[in-house]
Design a protein around this ligand. Structure first.
Ligand SMILES: [Zn+2]
Length: 232
């Protein structure tokens, strides 16, 4: 499903692009065509990788061009497919805290929520807060936003004059903060991260980890998520 000029949705339970039996869960899986290679942002729980690759082919794109998988955090619905895609040739990238959890494949991935066993990701390249990675015509900037999990981050990029933020479970589903019942959740850190997003950034679009996307005035979603966190 095409979202913006070179950004597609290629997987996720919320749009029924992929299917897994409950309580397993697929996040929104995005694909950015950088005109050089393809970049996936989050990759679902793992068992749906074949469906995701089918969607890429149906867009007329080549699966072999998939060069990078950028992970917004370590939780299974976002990262479970990473090892399979790495073995297929993609570079897996996350924040360092998420990289450690993915490499260990332990409870920090929250796989137990879904009655699954995580598949450790053997090699994860980690980016620091503020680091940029240029892939084809696209530049992705990592913004470390701990709280929902220690390794949570957003990726900022420009597309057609719009500032697009892939926010994972930091801001999702119409301006909600992500769930708080996982190892490493930290409410104070979450509030600080949302406040930082609000004060230091002006996103036009939010591509969240779950639920619908925001294509304009996305600051309103950040304000909503922060307001909800302050009620906790
Ligand atoms: Zn999560």
């Amino acid at each position: 499903m095409r979202l913006l000029r070179n950004i597609y949705l290629v997987g996720g339970l919320d749009y029924h692009l992929t299917y897994t039996d409950w309580p397993s869960n697929d996040c929104n899986v995005y694909l950015v065509d950088t005109r050089d290679t393809l970049v996936m942002v989050d990759c679902g729980c793992g068992e749906t990788v074949p469906s995701i690759l089918t969607h890429i082919r149906e867009l007329g794109l080549e699966v072999r061009d998939l060069s990078h998988v950028l992970l917004t955090h370590e939780h299974l619905p976002h990262s479970g497919g990473a090892e399979a895609l790495r073995k297929a040739g993609a570079n897996v990238i996350s924040h360092q805290a998420a990289a450690q959890a993915l490499n260990a494949g332990d409870e920090r991935t929250s796989a137990f929520h879904y009655h699954k066993r995580p598949v450790p990701v053997e090699v994860v390249m980690s980016l620091a807060d503020g680091a940029e990675i240029e892939i084809g015509e696209a530049v992705f900037r990592m913004i470390h936003l701990p709280g929902h999990s220690p390794g949570s981050c957003a990726y900022e990029m420009e597309m057609g004059g719009r500032k697009v933020f892939f926010t994972g479970d930091v801001v999702m589903n119409g301006g909600m903060p992500g769930r708080c019942d996982n190892f490493g959740f930290n409410a104070n850190a979450m509030r600080s991260s949302l406040l930082r997003l609000l004060k230091d950034f002006t996103p036009d679009c939010v591509m969240p980890g779950h639920g619908p996307m925001c294509f304009t005035n996305a600051t309103v979603w950040i304000e909503s998520a922060l307001s909800l966190m302050l009620r906790e």
